[in-house]
Write a protein that binds this ligand. Sequence first.
Ligand SMILES: NC(=O)c1ccc[n+]([C@@H]2O[C@H](COP(=O)([O-])OP(=O)(O)OC[C@H]3O[C@@H](n4cnc5c(N)ncnc54)[C@H](O)[C@@H]3O)[C@@H](O)[C@H]2O)c1
Length: 304
Amino acid sequence: MADNREIKKVGVVGCGTMGSGIVQVCAQNGYETIVSEANEDILKKGLAKIDAFLTKGLERGKVTQQEKESTLGRIKAAGSMNDLSDCDLVIEAVNENIDLKRKIFAQLDEICSDHTLLCTNTSNLCIMEITQGLKKAEKALGLHFFNPVPLMKLVEIAPSIVTASDTVKAIINFIKSIGKEYVVVKDTPGFIVNRLNSPYTLNAIRLFENGIASIEDIDKAVKLGLNFPMGPFELMDFGGLDMMYVSVKGRYEELLEPQYSAPVLLKRMVLAGRLGRKVGKGWYEYNEKGEKIGVLKTTKDIEG
Ligand SMILES: NC(=O)c1ccc[n+]([C@@H]2O[C@H](COP(=O)([O-])OP(=O)(O)OC[C@H]3O[C@@H](n4cnc5c(N)ncnc54)[C@H](O)[C@@H]3O)[C@@H](O)[C@H]2O)c1
C-alpha cells in the first residue's frame, strides 16, 4: 500500500460487473470506498458479489478472515450520489451510454469539490465528449479496468486533450497503490487493447461465417497455436455479444476502417438473443453451472 496518499476516499458510481470489482479492489487496498447505484436492490446484489468473491478467496487461502472483514468494513453504500461529494476520486462505471455518462459527470461536477478527480471506466466512448463543458474537465480522464477487475492487472489511463498533467500523475500513483499496472493512451476508440483485439475477434466470426472452420476448431487453434488462455468465441461469450456489437459499431463510425465493420452474423446473433454466458447461450450453449453443453454448428441453427 502506498504512503503519503493524495487520495483517501474513493467513490464509485455503478455496482455492476465492473463497478463491484473496482469497489472491491479499492477497499482491499485500504481506501474508504463508497458506492452509489440506480436502486437499492441492484446495490445489494453488487455488494453480495464482492462478499462472494472474498469468501471464495478465503476458501482458497488467498485472503484471510481479517482481510475479508476489513475490506467489507471499508465499503459503504451511498443513499444517493450526493453522498460522494467528499470523495477525492470518483470512478464512474455505469452502462456504456453517452447520455447517461454525461448526466452523471454533470452531477459530479456540481457536487464534488475542486480537488476531486473524476474518472470514467468507458471501453469505447470519447472521454472529451463525456467531460465536455465541465468546470472540472482538467480533473477528468478515462480509467479503463479489465474484467474481472480483482484478477486483471492492467488499467488503461486515457486523458482527454484537456486533462491536466497533475491529474494523470495523481492517477498513476493511485493505480500503483492498488497493485495494478498501467499504460497511458490517447482518448481514441478502443484505446490499445480493444482496438487491437476487435479486428482479430471480428475476423474469427468471418472465418466461421465463410465456412472456413468450426467455432470449436477456431478456438482450439488460437488456444493451442497462439497460447491464448481463451479462444475468440469463448471470449465473446464471456464479455457479451451485445456489448461487443455496440463497441465495434462505435469504433467503426469514428474510424471508418473496414477492419472494425461488424460481420452481418454478429448483429443477427444479438437480435436472436444469443448474447453469451450471461443468458446461457451465445456461440456456445451453457448449463446452470456455466459448463459448455453445445455449440452453434451453422448459422442455420439461429435461422429457426
Ligand atoms: N463488462 C466488461 O467486460 C467491461 C470491461 C471494461 C470496461 N467496461 C465498461 O464499464 C462500464 C460498466 O460496464 P459493466 O459491464 O459493469 O455494466 P453493468 O451493466 O454490469 O453495470 C452497470 C451498472 O450501472 C448501474 N447504473 C445505471 N445508471 C446508474 C445511475 N444513474 N447511478 C448509479 N448506477 C447506475 C446499473 O444499475 C448497473 O448495475 C461500461 O462503460 C463498460 O463499457 C466493461
